[in-house]
Design a protein around this ligand. Structure first.
Ligand SMILES: O=C(O)CCC(=O)C(=O)O
Length: 279
């Protein structure tokens, strides 16, 4: 059995961790500057290799494939505050398919009135986002980093989670109503859930099987977060984004292995031989 620390214990028990001061002030300022410079975009509109694809109609602006939007976002791919833990939690560490990939990555700006209904939970048994611990090792399907770029306190529309629900066998009664009805309910009360408050620069790490959503923002101004969802090397991106060759060529070899864990192998070419592991 490997050594585990307190954070491992809490992640197993509750399904989430708060990483305080996960990024430094310079990166935080650079990310916020990048947000300041986002243009006005319509739903579905591309901006370079990022695309506005808001979820569910109440979430606010969601700019997908944000890793293509410049250096500050590239720094998040394998940020030291989370990457080693992610490899252990959802990177099939120590096996023939060891390694991570990014399932989806997006910038989110939520304003007054925006919210996100609670969804997910262990009771769904979804393989892609599952929580698993097998023979002394974490083997989760998807673990997320939700990085706060603004302080998120009461009224700011904090992420809502149901601690321990990654292991639920029974659906919370709130899920008895279907999502299309619930999505209209901006003040849904979920017994047992908590709102996560964070300082700008903190990150929430959680297994996607944990029930999660966000309370309604009632304060003025922006709630800014970046969400990177990670999974094992053999997965595929949620919305089918393909990275630009410029990005793949620009990032470090370690970052490229996360963006493109499996080298595309075209007939007659030799690419990828260097990465072949014989076992
Ligand atoms: O915006 C949030 O705080 C939560 C987002 C969420 O629930 C999701 O993207 O699945």
């Amino acid at each position: 059995m490997p050594d585990f620390d307190l954070q491992d214990f809490l992640f197993d028990l509750r399904g989430y961790l708060i990483l305080e001061k996960a990024i430094d002030a310079t990166l935080l300022a650079n990310l916020n500057r990048a947000f300041d410079n986002f243009p006005e975009l319509q739903f579905g509109e591309w901006w370079g290799n990022a695309q506005r694809l808001d979820n569910n109609g109440h979430a606010g602006l969601e700019l997908q494939n944000i890793v293509e939007a410049g250096k500050p976002f590239e720094a998040l791919i394998d940020h030291p505050s989370w990457i080693d833990r992610l490899r252990r939690y959802c990177g099939e560490d120590g096996t023939y398919v060891g390694g991570l990939f990014i399932d989806e990555c997006f910038a989110s700006v939520r304003r007054n009135g925006g919210y996100f209904p609670l969804h997910s939970g262990g009771q769904d048994g979804v393989v892609r986002n599952q929580f698993r611990f097998v023979n002394g090792q974490f083997r989760c399907g998807q673990v997320n980093i939700l990085l706060a770029l603004t302080d998120i306190g009461p009224g700011d529309g904090g992420t809502r989670i149901l601690p321990g629900s990654h292991k639920s066998n029974i659906a919370h009664p709130v899920f008895a109503r279907n999502f299309s009805e619930r999505v209209k309910d901006e003040d849904e009360v979920v017994e047992g859930s908590i709102e996560v408050n964070m300082k700008a620069g903190d990150a929430l790490m959680f297994v996607d099987a944990l029930s999660h959503g966000a309370t309604k923002r009632i304060n003025p101004g922006d709630r800014r977060v970046v969400i990177f969802r990670y999974g094992p090397s053999w997965g595929n991106t949620r919305y089918g984004f393909k990275y630009s060759q410029e990005l793949l060529d620009r990032v470090t070899p370690e970052q490229r292995k996360i963006l493109e864990p499996i080298t595309p192998r075209h007939p007659g070419t030799q690419r990828g031989l260097e990465r072949l592991v014989t076992a």
